[in-house]
Unconditional design. Structure first.
Length: 318
Protein backbone atom coordinates (compact mmCIF):
# COMPACT_ATOMS: atom_id res chain seq x y z
CA UNK A 1 0.00 0.00 0.00
CA UNK A 2 1.49 3.32 -1.04
CA UNK A 3 1.49 6.61 0.82
CA UNK A 4 -1.45 7.99 -1.17
CA UNK A 5 -3.63 4.98 -0.36
CA UNK A 6 -2.81 5.29 3.35
CA UNK A 7 -3.67 8.99 3.30
CA UNK A 8 -7.04 8.24 1.68
CA UNK A 9 -7.80 5.60 4.28
CA UNK A 10 -6.88 8.01 7.07
CA UNK A 11 -9.25 10.62 5.66
CA UNK A 12 -12.09 8.10 5.46
CA UNK A 13 -11.31 6.98 9.02
CA UNK A 14 -11.37 10.54 10.40
CA UNK A 15 -14.68 11.18 8.61
CA UNK A 16 -16.19 8.10 10.24
CA UNK A 17 -15.00 9.29 13.65
CA UNK A 18 -16.53 12.73 12.99
CA UNK A 19 -19.86 11.06 12.14
CA UNK A 20 -19.75 9.10 15.41
CA UNK A 21 -19.63 5.78 13.56
CA UNK A 22 -18.33 2.77 15.44
CA UNK A 23 -14.98 1.36 14.35
CA UNK A 24 -15.07 -2.44 14.27
CA UNK A 25 -12.10 -4.85 14.55
CA UNK A 26 -11.97 -5.72 10.84
CA UNK A 27 -12.20 -2.09 9.74
CA UNK A 28 -9.07 -0.26 8.66
CA UNK A 29 -7.63 1.90 11.44
CA UNK A 30 -4.37 3.82 11.96
CA UNK A 31 -1.77 1.81 13.83
CA UNK A 32 -1.61 4.49 16.51
CA UNK A 33 -5.37 4.18 17.05
CA UNK A 34 -4.99 0.42 17.47
CA UNK A 35 -2.09 0.75 19.89
CA UNK A 36 -3.86 3.45 21.90
CA UNK A 37 -6.87 1.19 22.35
CA UNK A 38 -4.73 -1.79 23.29
CA UNK A 39 -3.10 0.34 25.98
CA UNK A 40 -6.32 1.82 27.36
CA UNK A 41 -8.62 -1.20 27.20
CA UNK A 42 -5.99 -3.56 28.60
CA UNK A 43 -5.22 -1.07 31.38
CA UNK A 44 -8.93 -1.09 32.20
CA UNK A 45 -9.00 -4.91 32.14
CA UNK A 46 -5.94 -5.14 34.39
CA UNK A 47 -7.58 -2.70 36.82
CA UNK A 48 -10.68 -4.89 37.09
CA UNK A 49 -8.62 -8.00 37.80
CA UNK A 50 -6.17 -6.41 40.25
CA UNK A 51 -9.12 -4.62 41.86
CA UNK A 52 -10.47 -7.98 42.98
CA UNK A 53 -7.54 -8.43 45.38
CA UNK A 54 -8.29 -5.91 48.19
CA UNK A 55 -11.96 -6.92 48.20
CA UNK A 56 -11.41 -10.66 47.89
CA UNK A 57 -9.31 -10.47 51.04
CA UNK A 58 -12.39 -9.31 52.99
CA UNK A 59 -14.93 -11.93 51.86
CA UNK A 60 -14.27 -14.28 54.79
CA UNK A 61 -14.08 -11.37 57.23
CA UNK A 62 -17.30 -9.60 56.25
CA UNK A 63 -19.46 -9.06 59.35
CA UNK A 64 -22.58 -10.99 58.25
CA UNK A 65 -23.54 -13.73 55.81
CA UNK A 66 -25.44 -11.15 53.74
CA UNK A 67 -22.31 -9.01 53.46
CA UNK A 68 -20.20 -12.03 52.52
CA UNK A 69 -22.56 -13.04 49.72
CA UNK A 70 -22.83 -9.48 48.40
CA UNK A 71 -19.07 -8.96 48.40
CA UNK A 72 -18.49 -12.33 46.75
CA UNK A 73 -20.95 -11.38 44.01
CA UNK A 74 -19.17 -8.08 43.50
CA UNK A 75 -15.75 -9.74 43.14
CA UNK A 76 -17.26 -12.15 40.62
CA UNK A 77 -18.62 -9.17 38.67
CA UNK A 78 -15.15 -7.61 38.56
CA UNK A 79 -13.71 -10.84 37.17
CA UNK A 80 -16.37 -10.79 34.48
CA UNK A 81 -15.55 -7.19 33.62
CA UNK A 82 -11.92 -8.11 33.17
CA UNK A 83 -12.84 -10.97 30.84
CA UNK A 84 -15.10 -8.75 28.69
CA UNK A 85 -12.32 -6.21 28.37
CA UNK A 86 -9.55 -8.70 27.64
CA UNK A 87 -11.78 -10.14 24.91
CA UNK A 88 -12.34 -6.67 23.46
CA UNK A 89 -8.59 -6.04 23.50
CA UNK A 90 -7.90 -9.33 21.71
CA UNK A 91 -9.98 -8.13 18.75
CA UNK A 92 -7.18 -5.63 18.12
CA UNK A 93 -4.69 -8.40 17.35
CA UNK A 94 -3.00 -9.09 20.67
CA UNK A 95 -3.22 -12.35 22.63
CA UNK A 96 -4.41 -12.85 26.19
CA UNK A 97 -1.00 -14.27 27.09
CA UNK A 98 0.72 -11.11 25.84
CA UNK A 99 -1.61 -8.97 27.90
CA UNK A 100 -0.91 -10.96 31.06
CA UNK A 101 2.83 -10.83 30.41
CA UNK A 102 2.67 -7.04 30.10
CA UNK A 103 0.86 -6.83 33.45
CA UNK A 104 3.19 -9.22 35.26
CA UNK A 105 6.35 -7.58 33.91
CA UNK A 106 5.18 -4.09 34.90
CA UNK A 107 5.07 -2.89 31.29
CA UNK A 108 1.30 -2.40 31.45
CA UNK A 109 -0.32 -0.18 34.09
CA UNK A 110 -3.54 -0.46 36.04
CA UNK A 111 -5.45 2.05 38.15
CA UNK A 112 -3.25 3.53 40.87
CA UNK A 113 -6.10 3.26 43.40
CA UNK A 114 -5.61 -0.48 43.82
CA UNK A 115 -2.13 -0.01 45.24
CA UNK A 116 -3.55 1.20 48.56
CA UNK A 117 -4.36 -1.19 51.43
CA UNK A 118 -7.90 -2.02 52.56
CA UNK A 119 -7.37 -2.28 56.30
CA UNK A 120 -10.90 -2.12 57.78
CA UNK A 121 -14.38 -3.27 56.81
CA UNK A 122 -15.28 0.38 56.18
CA UNK A 123 -12.82 0.32 53.29
CA UNK A 124 -15.18 -2.03 51.47
CA UNK A 125 -17.75 0.74 51.70
CA UNK A 126 -15.31 3.43 50.61
CA UNK A 127 -14.10 1.40 47.64
CA UNK A 128 -17.66 0.82 46.48
CA UNK A 129 -18.80 4.39 47.07
CA UNK A 130 -15.73 6.32 45.94
CA UNK A 131 -13.70 4.03 43.68
CA UNK A 132 -16.65 2.52 41.82
CA UNK A 133 -18.35 5.91 41.85
CA UNK A 134 -15.33 7.44 40.12
CA UNK A 135 -15.21 4.49 37.73
CA UNK A 136 -18.84 5.05 36.72
CA UNK A 137 -18.19 8.70 35.85
CA UNK A 138 -15.20 7.62 33.77
CA UNK A 139 -16.97 4.73 32.14
CA UNK A 140 -20.42 6.06 31.28
CA UNK A 141 -18.75 8.25 28.66
CA UNK A 142 -17.02 5.15 27.29
CA UNK A 143 -20.39 3.65 26.33
CA UNK A 144 -20.22 6.00 23.34
CA UNK A 145 -16.52 5.55 22.61
CA UNK A 146 -15.58 5.08 18.95
CA UNK A 147 -14.36 1.46 19.15
CA UNK A 148 -17.37 -0.85 18.94
CA UNK A 149 -16.31 -3.81 21.14
CA UNK A 150 -15.21 -1.49 23.95
CA UNK A 151 -18.41 0.59 23.81
CA UNK A 152 -20.63 -2.50 23.91
CA UNK A 153 -18.71 -4.05 26.82
CA UNK A 154 -19.07 -0.82 28.79
CA UNK A 155 -22.88 -0.86 28.68
CA UNK A 156 -23.12 -3.93 30.91
CA UNK A 157 -20.11 -2.98 33.02
CA UNK A 158 -21.60 0.42 33.88
CA UNK A 159 -24.87 -1.15 35.01
CA UNK A 160 -23.04 -3.48 37.37
CA UNK A 161 -20.68 -0.75 38.63
CA UNK A 162 -23.71 1.35 39.51
CA UNK A 163 -24.92 -1.46 41.76
CA UNK A 164 -21.46 -1.71 43.34
CA UNK A 165 -21.46 2.01 44.10
CA UNK A 166 -24.83 1.78 45.87
CA UNK A 167 -23.64 -1.27 47.78
CA UNK A 168 -20.60 0.62 49.06
CA UNK A 169 -22.67 3.64 50.06
CA UNK A 170 -25.07 1.38 51.96
CA UNK A 171 -22.17 -0.17 53.90
CA UNK A 172 -20.97 3.28 54.99
CA UNK A 173 -24.50 4.48 55.75
CA UNK A 174 -24.98 1.52 58.08
CA UNK A 175 -21.71 2.30 59.85
CA UNK A 176 -22.51 6.01 60.11
CA UNK A 177 -25.89 5.19 61.69
CA UNK A 178 -24.24 2.81 64.15
CA UNK A 179 -22.00 3.48 67.13
CA UNK A 180 -19.53 6.34 67.43
CA UNK A 181 -16.73 3.84 66.86
CA UNK A 182 -18.35 2.64 63.64
CA UNK A 183 -18.89 6.17 62.39
CA UNK A 184 -15.26 7.00 63.21
CA UNK A 185 -14.24 3.96 61.15
CA UNK A 186 -16.22 5.32 58.20
CA UNK A 187 -14.62 8.75 58.59
CA UNK A 188 -11.15 7.22 58.75
CA UNK A 189 -11.83 5.28 55.57
CA UNK A 190 -12.97 8.44 53.76
CA UNK A 191 -9.83 10.23 54.97
CA UNK A 192 -7.61 7.58 53.42
CA UNK A 193 -9.47 6.99 50.13
CA UNK A 194 -10.57 10.50 49.15
CA UNK A 195 -7.38 11.79 47.54
CA UNK A 196 -6.44 8.51 45.81
CA UNK A 197 -9.97 8.48 44.36
CA UNK A 198 -9.42 11.92 42.84
CA UNK A 199 -6.15 10.67 41.36
CA UNK A 200 -8.07 7.90 39.55
CA UNK A 201 -9.00 10.34 36.79
CA UNK A 202 -5.37 10.71 35.81
CA UNK A 203 -2.98 13.65 35.79
CA UNK A 204 -4.10 17.24 35.12
CA UNK A 205 -5.03 17.89 31.51
CA UNK A 206 -1.91 20.01 31.02
CA UNK A 207 0.28 17.03 32.00
CA UNK A 208 -1.69 14.24 30.29
CA UNK A 209 0.16 12.87 27.28
CA UNK A 210 -2.81 10.91 25.92
CA UNK A 211 -5.89 13.08 26.56
CA UNK A 212 -5.73 15.27 23.46
CA UNK A 213 -5.43 12.39 21.00
CA UNK A 214 -8.00 10.29 22.87
CA UNK A 215 -10.48 13.18 22.73
CA UNK A 216 -9.85 13.62 19.01
CA UNK A 217 -10.58 9.96 18.31
CA UNK A 218 -13.57 10.06 20.67
CA UNK A 219 -12.01 7.39 22.81
CA UNK A 220 -12.61 9.84 25.64
CA UNK A 221 -15.52 12.28 25.68
CA UNK A 222 -14.44 14.39 28.64
CA UNK A 223 -11.03 15.46 29.91
CA UNK A 224 -9.46 14.23 33.16
CA UNK A 225 -10.11 17.52 34.96
CA UNK A 226 -13.73 17.72 33.82
CA UNK A 227 -14.41 14.17 35.00
CA UNK A 228 -12.70 14.86 38.34
CA UNK A 229 -14.82 17.96 38.89
CA UNK A 230 -17.98 16.04 38.07
CA UNK A 231 -17.05 13.38 40.61
CA UNK A 232 -16.46 15.94 43.36
CA UNK A 233 -19.70 17.79 42.68
CA UNK A 234 -21.69 14.56 42.81
CA UNK A 235 -19.93 13.07 45.84
CA UNK A 236 -19.90 15.95 48.34
CA UNK A 237 -23.71 15.92 48.83
CA UNK A 238 -23.52 12.16 49.43
CA UNK A 239 -20.86 12.69 52.12
CA UNK A 240 -23.22 15.19 53.78
CA UNK A 241 -25.96 12.55 53.87
CA UNK A 242 -23.53 10.15 55.55
CA UNK A 243 -22.55 12.82 58.05
CA UNK A 244 -18.81 12.48 57.46
CA UNK A 245 -16.45 15.16 56.22
CA UNK A 246 -14.22 15.15 53.14
CA UNK A 247 -10.59 15.69 54.27
CA UNK A 248 -10.01 18.87 52.27
CA UNK A 249 -9.80 22.18 54.19
CA UNK A 250 -9.88 24.09 50.89
CA UNK A 251 -13.14 22.55 49.75
CA UNK A 252 -15.89 25.17 49.31
CA UNK A 253 -18.88 25.85 47.10
CA UNK A 254 -18.27 28.31 44.29
CA UNK A 255 -21.59 30.04 43.68
CA UNK A 256 -20.39 31.67 40.48
CA UNK A 257 -19.33 28.36 38.90
CA UNK A 258 -22.09 26.36 40.61
CA UNK A 259 -19.39 23.87 41.49
CA UNK A 260 -16.93 23.03 44.25
CA UNK A 261 -13.43 24.45 44.54
CA UNK A 262 -11.01 21.95 46.04
CA UNK A 263 -7.44 21.70 47.30
CA UNK A 264 -4.26 20.74 45.48
CA UNK A 265 -3.77 17.04 44.78
CA UNK A 266 -0.42 15.52 45.72
CA UNK A 267 0.71 14.62 42.21
CA UNK A 268 4.12 13.51 43.45
CA UNK A 269 2.39 10.72 45.36
CA UNK A 270 0.36 9.85 42.25
CA UNK A 271 3.44 9.46 40.07
CA UNK A 272 5.27 7.47 42.74
CA UNK A 273 2.39 4.96 42.85
CA UNK A 274 2.13 4.82 39.04
CA UNK A 275 5.86 4.10 38.83
CA UNK A 276 5.49 1.13 41.16
CA UNK A 277 6.33 2.63 44.54
CA UNK A 278 2.91 2.67 46.20
CA UNK A 279 2.05 0.90 49.49
CA UNK A 280 0.86 -2.30 47.77
CA UNK A 281 2.35 -2.30 44.24
CA UNK A 282 4.65 -5.26 44.78
CA UNK A 283 2.06 -7.17 46.80
CA UNK A 284 -0.57 -6.81 44.07
CA UNK A 285 1.69 -7.89 41.21
CA UNK A 286 3.14 -10.78 43.21
CA UNK A 287 -0.37 -11.99 43.99
CA UNK A 288 -1.33 -11.91 40.30
CA UNK A 289 1.84 -13.74 39.22
CA UNK A 290 1.32 -16.35 41.95
CA UNK A 291 -2.28 -16.92 40.85
CA UNK A 292 -1.20 -17.23 37.22
CA UNK A 293 1.52 -19.77 37.97
CA UNK A 294 -0.60 -21.85 40.34
CA UNK A 295 -3.49 -21.83 37.89
CA UNK A 296 -1.59 -23.57 35.07
CA UNK A 297 -3.20 -26.94 35.81
CA UNK A 298 -6.69 -25.38 35.78
CA UNK A 299 -6.12 -23.81 32.37
CA UNK A 300 -4.64 -27.03 31.02
CA UNK A 301 -7.61 -29.04 32.33
CA UNK A 302 -10.10 -26.58 30.81
CA UNK A 303 -8.37 -26.78 27.43
CA UNK A 304 -8.27 -30.58 27.55
CA UNK A 305 -11.98 -30.70 28.39
CA UNK A 306 -12.83 -28.27 25.58
CA UNK A 307 -10.85 -30.38 23.10
CA UNK A 308 -12.58 -33.54 24.32
CA UNK A 309 -16.03 -31.98 23.85
CA UNK A 310 -15.04 -30.73 20.41
CA UNK A 311 -13.89 -34.23 19.39
CA UNK A 312 -17.23 -35.67 20.58
CA UNK A 313 -19.15 -33.21 18.40
CA UNK A 314 -16.97 -34.07 15.39
CA UNK A 315 -17.47 -37.80 15.90
CA UNK A 316 -21.25 -37.34 16.12
CA UNK A 317 -21.22 -35.25 12.94
CA UNK A 318 -19.33 -38.01 11.11
Amino acid sequence: MNEKDIKNLEEIFEQRIARDEKIEPKDWMPEKYRQTHIRQISQHAHSEIVGMLPEGNWITRAPTLRRKVALLAKVQDEAGHGLYLYSATETLGITREELYEQLHSGKAKYSSIFNYPAITWADMGAIGWLVDGAAIINQVALCTTSFGPYARAMVRICKEESFHQRQGFEILLTLCNGTEVQKAMAQDSLNRWWWPSLMMFGPPDAESTHTEQSMKWKLKRKSNDDLRQQFIDQTIPQAEILGIKVPDPDLKWNEKRKSYDFGEIDWEEFWQVVKGHGPCNKERINARIDAWEKGVWVRDAALAYAEKQSDKKLNKAV
